[in-house]
Design a protein around this ligand. Structure first.
Ligand SMILES: Nc1ncnc2c1ncn2[C@@H]1O[C@H](COP(=O)(O)OP(=O)(O)OP(=O)(O)O)[C@@H](O)[C@H]1O
Ligand SMILES: CC(=O)N[C@H]1[C@@H]2OC[C@@H](O2)[C@@H](O)[C@@H]1O[C@H](C)C(=O)O
Length: 387
């Protein structure tokens, strides 16, 4: 037997595994690296976050990732970035390990999401010649395994798509294991580039999950355009100085995504700078001040989260809302959510001992753990041997 297969079987049979989750999300801000100790699996899973870092991308690399997530690109650029994302992620990971005083041999498994460059659920591509969902993440797992020497599980979304789902959100698989609290409606709200949530019903019913629309992606676009040198609106301070523009908000809310049935997923392909610019053109709001624009977008994100939540949990039902993702730092966005969800209790996932910035990277560590050690009904991801 190939000794690497024996090692794979041994890691899968261990009572616990040290797994590094890597997540690069739709905000393109950097790579989240979560070193997790995963003990057990399924209902008996216990996860301890041993280390966490977000390593920001250099501006030029960020710009190239943004440029590749466009409808028309040079195929060669995609091919090269597939290898380059993996190489950069491997270098970042090795750097983190060195800073944490660890060697690759101290880690059992690498769980890598890669970078989504295009997400095409059926409702979004609408093609008559292909009636299925599709999505593409780059940053190849074989490169990661070879460059780090660590057994790698990657490309988690394709099996979900093959099974007839949209490839996202994958969060409910881990949210179920990490956050279920009997007798309480728990809503795990992730405010990344795109906003998505998992509802874990109080009655023990199945987890429900959906994307709700933009999270920070358009807020970041406006911050970058109007405040040179800023990547986002720090703590929502500029949005707090503005007032939502009712006409623009109504136009933004008229996007067909918002009338698609739940559950649904999307990406920055749809909620792009072009969508914002076109709605500003139609509503004569091109000269709206940056604070007013930001306030309008905060209102869009918050109202769409509330609308989706109320679809699954009509008032007066209440929920404990546990927020994660970078949007958890945007005080203006959190205040808008609190206004739209007056009967719910808004907290961050820190409430359940999961740091909000680390949650998505932990998710992929959990998914890899389940693939290796858990039930065969949830074996997402491809396995790459390092040799
Ligand atoms: N201090 C802060 N104030 C306001 N916003 C912030 C702050 N810190 C981070 N953010 C926002 O969070 C974003 C990054 O969030 P996160 O890393 O959760 O997104 P992501 O994982 O890339 O997205 P997704 O979950 O959609 O894939 C930043 O682009 C910014 O908009
Ligand atoms: C296709 C894709 O990359 N989707 C991401 C994105 O970022 C947030 C939201 O849209 C969510 O649906 C998903 O990520 C999380 C980790 C998920 O799958 O649960």
């Amino acid at each position: 037997m190939n000794p690497q297969l024996a090692r794979l079987a041994a890691v899968a049979a261990q009572p616990s595994r040290r797994i590094i989750g890597l997540m690069s999300g739709t905000s393109l801000d950097g790579l989240d690296v979560a070193l997790c100790r995963c003990t057990g699996h399924g209902a008996s899973l216990h996860v301890v976050l041993e280390q966490f870092a977000t390593v920001p991308y250099a501006a030029d690399f960020q710009q190239r990732l943004r440029a590749i997530s466009q409808p028309k690109v040079q195929l060669e650029d995609v091919v090269i970035l597939n290898a380059e994302v993996a190489r950069r992620h491997a270098a970042i990971l090795l750097q983190c390990l060195a800073e944490w005083g660890l060697a690759p041999a101290d880690v059992d498994v690498l769980a890598s999401h890669g970078q989504t460059i295009w997400h095409a659920p059926r409702h979004q591509h609408g093609r008559a010649d292909f009636g299925h969902h599709a999505t593409l993440q780059i940053g190849d797992g074989d490169h990661l395994a070879r460059l780090t020497g660590i057994l790698t599980v990657s490309d988690f979304r394709q099996k979900h798509v093959a099974a007839g789902y949209e490839g996202a959100p994958l969060a409910p698989f881990a949210d179920e294991l990490l956050f279920r609290k009997p007798g309480v409606n728990r809503l795990l709200l992730n405010l990344g580039g795109i906003a998505n949530f998992t509802l874990l019903p109080a009655d023990g019913g199945p987890a429900q999950a959906t994307d709700t629309g933009p999270g920070n992606t358009l807020l970041d676009t406006v911050a970058r355009q109007h405040y040179p040198g800023l990547a986002y609106d720090p703590d929502g301070q500029y949005a707090a100085q503005g007032r939502p523009h009712a006409g623009l908000l109504a136009a933004l809310r008229s996007h067909p995504f918002f009338t698609e049935p739940f559950p649904k997923t999307t990406g920055p392909e749809l909620f792009s700078p072009a969508y914002l610019a076109e709605n500003q053109r139609q509503t004569n709001t091109k000269s709206l001040s940056a604070p007013d624009l930001l306030a309008t977008l905060v209102e869009l994100t918050a109202s769409m989260v509330a609308e989706a939540m109320h679809y699954y949990l009509p008032p007066p039902a209440t929920a404990e809302v546990l927020v994660s993702g970078g949007g958890a730092h945007n005080a203006t966005l959190l205040a808008a959510l609190a206004r739209h969800l007056p009967t719910s209790h808004l907290r961050t996932t820190a409430e359940a001992a999961v740091p909000p910035d680390a949650k998505e990277a932990i998710l992929f560590a959990v998914l890899a753990n389940e693939t290796l050690a858990g039930s065969p009904t949830l074996s997402l991801g491809k396995i790459s041997l390092p040799g």
